[in-house]
Design a protein around this ligand. Sequence first.
Ligand code: SF4
Length: 412
Amino acid sequence: MLPKSFSHSSLGTYRNCPRQFKFQYIEKPVVRRKISPQAFLGMAVHKALSQLYKMGADGVVWPENDVVEFYAKEWDKVDLESLVLPSDYYTVDDYIRIGREALVRHYHKYKPFKHGVLIGAELSLQFTLPGTQFIIRTIIDRLSKKDDGSLEICDYKTGQHMLRTHDLDFRYQMGLYLLSVQASYPQFNDIDLVQIYLRQDEEVACRMSPDELDELTEQVRLTLAAIVAAERNDNFPPTESALCAYCSYEELCPARRHRFTMEVLEKEDSDGSTPEEKAAEKAEAMIGVHLKIKELEAEKRLLKEDLIELARELDVSKIFAKSGRVDVRIGQEEKLITRTVDQKAHADLNALVGGWEGMDPFFELNGNEFMKKVYLAGRLTDEQRDQLEEYIKRGERAVVTPRPSRKRFDSE
Ligand code: SF4
């Protein structure tokens, strides 16, 4: 069953990999959670900042050493086995240090952490997506009322990649946050959206217009409609990417499971009788056949070139062999320019032919058909032929057809 509500994160999971969405939000199998050190760094920093700003709102400045100690203790809670390091060069200690440095930098820049009136830190909100029945939940890192009476929605970022305000990810996340704040606090009209990048010590801020919000709402509605259709048809295909390394369901995933099972069977020195091993054998044979076909196709291409050359040299159109013959037809051909060769010229050609009298208003040029049934069939006026001239490519065309003799097969 589909979840009762969605979030920026669950919608993002569906967009990245529908199968992971199904695992995480529908099937919910019990698995050992995998976590990236960047994600854990983010969680630890967010917890420290939430506490820092809650105290700051009451006029209490949490001492720097205590903040750093709180942050370090969060790392004590991590299950090191579940951490997946993305690089051989970064250790867990590097991630702890990166987070600590970012936190300290933020501390010195924003002390005493009284940014207007704090409405909420790690604030959970929800709203019904306009025009739908879907509930969207958001968790806002910090919502404040500034001195000029406007609101500020603030989201902390601890990653290496800094978004720009026109990036889809920025608009998706901050737009959903804005919709949830508007639904919960309708008395505010002016609302700023800010992402604070702690590693870069930068702020990215903007406001979104009602038109932009309508556009976002439509995009989210379409994603939700796609999820409903996927559930109805049980169609959640796996989409592999670099993110698979951090996916907790990798060993269950249809795109990865067989490889894991084979690794286990290999270690166990299995006798090759399991369905997985039989499948691997067939896959091996299939790859062999595929490679052989590729090789033969390459050989056939070379033979074709040689035969054309020889037919030209001997001035013959049929070359005989013991087991049959090969026909070699060399002639001139006229072809209309294709989209792949020149997109603009093809569009102009389409417009030209589409504008001729008697053409279907939804005319879409099919070059080969047009050449065969209209141009070569002599159905054009002289003027039309002249207009087409610049879109016609002329060149040699050679057709090589092997004709094995019947006898050869009969005797076999
Ligand atoms: S392992 Fe990759 S493809 Fe499979 S569910 Fe996870 S993210 Fe998707």
